[in-house]
Design a protein around this ligand. Structure first.
Ligand SMILES: *Cc1c(COP(=O)(O)O)cnc(C)c1O
Length: 489
């Protein structure tokens, strides 16, 4: 059977290629007495198993593994996700038997090396964020947010300050922020962005009263912008007795240049599976450590790793900890990868990450802003948010532009987010791509814009070269088809 491109379709389901009597593996003859089979009632003659050769099995699974776009095969500028290259050395270190084979219940005296690694990682992340303490227990960005806002709640309650029910969140924040705040029992109050894309200080002052528990600020914001009001934001919130949460998922933009703790944030999380290069997508695994100032350290999620004067490492529960919110010590393999990544790069390497990530995004911004609408025309951070409004006027939506990029061999950018930008296309090139790749990507977007004028149908029905084209992503995620079923004939 040939596929759309006229090639032999190696992804055709194994069941559909089955030929009676074809054999892939021959098992050796019995050299022990045959055991009796179970009752005939438990045996099936009609079990549909594919009869295929070994090479067919290998071709089938290898082809399937190559159908997706991946960071190792394509440029993947998915905004807000930091889909950058994950150095293979990180995996190799995580696979070392002493790390990969360790049992989470192993006593501390038998796992000193692993605990030391966690302890050092806590220190590195504390340093990177300019905070005082870190817990590695939380397993994702959103999970870190939940841990962080539960700490804010515990802090206020421990001081007998029980009237702080509100959490202020800018409309440019990541969508997980309001969800985490609501989950921790807060009423979410949305703070609008001002005309430049910063937090609107007038609106913030209005809600900065004694019922404000705090605010959650994504920095850089999901507009890819550094909020130049940030010092005032922290000051206003602190003056009314509130705390400032920093969503540091996009630390790729700030590494080595700005520390949330020094800007006035009280607690934040990092996404190790973005900034610190663990592969992600498909739901994990990840790690979202929480870092905080001295005042909040007693509330960190357990366990944290401590060391005594004799240099012995142990797991500890901070005095007034919000408790355990994950199993064991967090996602250990991800933590080993982050540690390896940081040690491989050193301070100078971390600094060059943010430098190149921001340079690459600004290069794309400057190279395309004559053609794609740029709603906030100012220096961007690690990502740039365009609007496809001008293409929309010619009947081509942001989604269609993004899908057409697949035909040119690029993963689509993030679409329709942030919500405050119409027809948003959010592009995050990361630091790991070459200028040649960025130029090819820019060329493709310019070409798609001319196609929108000359041949809009071409863009409207893209992609044309992928094995499947428009998927219903929500249904695919909620009701995945995981079993083969015979086609009705
Ligand atoms: C990715 C992201 C999150 C959520 O992280 P998860 O690990 O997917 O839960 C939160 N905030 C921002 C700004 C992000 O980019």
């Amino acid at each position: 059977m040939l596929n759309k491109g006229g090639n032999r379709d190696t992804t055709r389901l194994l069941m559909d290629r089955s030929v009676p009597g074809r054999v892939g593996v021959v098992t050796p003859g019995l050299d022990v007495p045959a055991a009796p089979l179970p009752d005939a009632a438990y045996l099936r003659d009609d079990l549909p198993l594919p009869e295929v050769s070994e090479p067919e099995v290998v071709q089938y699974f290898t082809s399937l593994s190559q159908l997706n776009f991946s960071i190792d095969t394509h440029f993947y500028p998915l905004g807000s996700c930091t889909m950058k290259y994950n150095p293979k050395i990180n995996d190799e270190v995580a696979f070392l038997p002493g790390f990969a084979g360790i049992h989470p219940q192993q006593p501390a005296e038998q796992s000193q090396g692993a605990l030391e690694l966690l302890y050092r990682l806590q220190d590195f992340l504390t340093e990177v964020t300019g905070m005082a303490a870190t817990s590695l227990a939380t397993l994702a960005g959103a999970h870190g947010e939940l841990g962080g806002v539960l700490m804010m709640r515990a802090y206020h309650l421990a001081r007998g300050d029980s009237g702080r029910t509100k959490m202020g969140i800018p409309d440019s924040a990541h969508g997980t922020n309001p969800a985490s705040a609501a989950m921790a029992g807060f009423d979410v109050v949305t703070i609008p962005s001002d005309a430049d894309g910063n937090t609107d200080l007038v609106a913030l002052r209005e809600i900065a009263t004694d019922d404000l528990a705090g605010v959650m600020i994504t920095l850089p914001s999901t507009l890819g912008l550094f909020d130049t009001n940030i010092l005032e934001v922290c000051q206003i919130v602190h003056e009314c007795g509130g705390l400032v949460y920093g969503d540091g998922a996009n630390m790729n933009a700030l590494l080595g240049r700005a520390k949330l703790g020094e800007l006035g944030f009280d607690v934040c999380h990092l996404n190790l599976h973005k900034t610190f290069s663990t592969p992600h997508g498909g739901g994990g695994p990840g790690a979202g450590p929480v870092c905080c100032v001295e005042n909040l350290a007693p509330y960190l999620a357990a366990p944290v790793v401590a060391v005594n004067d004799a240099g012995e490492y142990s797991l500890a529960e901070p005095d007034q900890s919000i408790g355990k919110i994950s199993g064991f010590h967090g996602n250990f393999g991800v933590l080993v990868r982050a540690y390896t990544y940081i040690r491989t790069l050193g301070a100078a390497g971390l600094l060059s990450i943010s430098g190149n990530a921001v340079l690459n995004a600004n290069y794309i911004m400057e190279s395309l802003k004559d053609i794609y609408e740029l709603p906030y025309d100012r220096t961007c951070m690690h990502e740039v948010v365009f609007s496809a409004d001008r293409q929309r006027e010619r009947g081509v939506s942001g989604l269609e532009v993004a899908k057409r990029l697949l035909d040119y061999g690029f993963h689509a950018p993030t679409m329709y987010f942030p919500l405050i930008v119409h027809e948003a296309l959010m592009i995050e090139p990361t630091e790991s791509e070459t200028m040649e790749t960025l130029d090819a990507f820019i060329d493709a977007l310019r070409l798609i814009d001319s196609e929108a004028t000359a041949e809009p149908e071409l863009v409207q029905h893209a992609p044309h070269t992928t094995p499947v084209s428009r998927l219903d992503e929500a249904t695919a995620a909620r009701r995945p088809v995981l079993r083969w079923e015979a086609a009705a004939d």
